[in-house]
Write a protein that binds this ligand. Structure first.
Ligand code: B12
Ligand code: SF4
Ligand code: SF4
Length: 384
């Protein structure tokens, strides 16, 4: 075994000891097609209001543009597979569904710490050499195209749902990377094994795939519930069902999940109270209660206002008229986004007279034009 091979073997052992399920190496120029794909995606407007995707595009297109000194990239995958059917809560109308990745601790925090430890090991393990290598660690938020790089490294392939699918872990892998000045032997990619399957494309509740391997984020429930800050357009509200944070439908139906395993990392295993949280309880959380309930969880990142917006849509889809008094309270909320979704939810659950009575109390006092529009639209539908 050469010195370089020995280093790579020890690197993989160290990565496994730190809880990474996959560790493979790729050169910085191994995914040249990604830049073109990104440009086309941005030009079509598929990023919606994620302006940061456009703002960082120059660096995102190529690892060398992000860091000219990079010579090799260590791509890491961490399994976060669910221990039961991740879509089970979708049929429980009075509960919310939080996507699998957000049912416990924020993966950014979990993975970043481990990446730093592995990167430190790389520096110390090669410090006997004359030049000390530089390292930089990234997970999700940096302008790195993690999926094409992971595919080029052979962690899996980009499935038709655009995420990375692994033969060993199905759709349930988080990705992270270590950029380094070390020259390491790259691994080989694996072939695309989607074949004629199109299960992920068919199940999408909002038809967010204009074509296989292409996602229009503007139609994706993950984008709508997490990234999108404003009002959620009416056409998406019913299809959202009770999904209050993210969406897993396209991931969950993938047949390659038959090889998936439940997450080993305790911090990524579902908290019992987040498997199917009760909508009535979520509607009663005030700002402080929201922060306490979702402390350390990615859900906290969207803030109380966006969270309530999502929960109100789920409440409107619940068929549970018992939620009406809690929804009616939100008609007085300080945020127009919350008030608008309270109107929509109430219009779906109240009978005609009860809804007119609510409108009589609140509609004329409303000063926000978008919320006034919501009243007009709901009253027209209630009359019809
Ligand atoms: C922006 C973003 C989103 C956006 C947009 C998603 C998207 N598909 O791009 C939104 C908010 C919708 C989102 C949702 C989710 N995300 Co996200 N997201 C990202 C982020 C920050 C950037 C992704 C990106 O670069 N998109 C830009 C597009 C252009 O890139 P692309 O998908 O690779 O597109 C390629 C294809 O379109 C291809 N292409 C174009 N035309 C054609 C035609 C053919 C024939 C072919 C073959 C290819 C092709 O070219 C493009 C370039 O390669 C990454 C983290 C990172 N830094 O990479 C996480 C990341 C992709 N997300 C992740 C996760 C877990 C999710 C969710 C599952 C969360 C959830 N449960 O709600 C969903 C999944 C939704 C889905 N089906 O993609 C993980 C995915 C892990 C994995 N196994 O792949 C990542 C890698 C974060 C991480 N570090 O783990 N996400
Ligand atoms: S995450 Fe949900 S909404 Fe987004 S593409 Fe997949 S199935 Fe569609
Ligand atoms: S569901 Fe089918 S088409 Fe979609 S990623 Fe999995 S194998 Fe590919």
């Amino acid at each position: 075994m050469t010195k370089a091979q020995n280093f790579t073997t020890r690197l993989r052992e160290r990565a496994a000891a730190l809880g990474f399920d996959l560790c493979r190496i790729v050169g910085p120029d191994a995914a040249p097609h990604a830049a073109q794909g990104l440009d086309a995606w941005l030009a079509e407007g598929s990023a919606g209001t994620m302006d940061w995707m456009q703002e960082t595009a120059d660096r995102r297109r190529s690892p060398r543009a992000l860091w000219p000194d990079v010579r090799s990239i260590v791509m890491l995958g961490m399994n976060y597979g669910p221990d039961s059917d991740p879509l089970a809560s979708l049929s429980k109308g009075d509960c919310g569904t939080i996507s699998v990745y957000a049912r416990n601790r924020d993966y950014h925090d979990v993975i970043k710490g481990r990446l730093k430890m592995l990167a430190q090991w790389m520096v110390s393990a090669s410090s006997a050499d004359e030049t000390r290598p530089d390292v930089k660690v990234f997970v999700d938020t940096a302008p790195v195209m993690e999926k094409p790089l992971a595919a080029a490294a052979g962690i899996g392939w980009q499935g038709k749902h655009t995420n990375l699918v692994s033969r060993d872990f199905g759709s349930w892998l988080f990705l992270g990377s270590i950029f380094t000045t070390l020259e390491l032997e790259p691994d080989e990619p694996v072939s695309d094994s989607c074949g004629s399957c199109h299960a992920c494309l068919d199940i999408c509740p909002t038809a967010a795939f204009p074509a296989p391997y292409k996602l229009d984020a503007r139609r994706c429930i993950s984008y709508l519930t997490i990234e999108h800050k404003g009002h959620i357009a009416k056409e998406f509200r019913q299809p959202m069902g009770n999904r209050i944070y993210g969406c897993d439908d396209c991931l969950a139906v993938c047949p390659w999940n038959k090889f998936a395993q439940a997450a080993q990392e305790a911090k990524l295993q579902a908290r019992d109270d987040l498997r199917a949280p009760c909508l009535a309880e979520l509607l009663q959380l005030d700002e402080a209660g929201f922060r306490a309930q979702f402390s350390g969880s990615p859900v906290k990142r969207i803030g109380h206002e966006r969270f309530l917006r999502n929960v109100l849509i789920a409440a409107g889809n619940s068929g549970a008229a018992a939620l009406l008094p809690l929804i009616a309270e939100k008609l007085l909320h300080a945020s127009p986004i919350v008030r608008a979704m309270a109107i929509w939810a109430a219009s779906r659950l109240a009978d005609r007279n009860a809804f007119r009575s609510l409108a009589g109390q609140h509609a004329d006092r409303e000063r926000d034009e978008a919320v006034r529009h919501e009243w007009r639209s709901a009253l027209t539908e209630v009359k019809a």
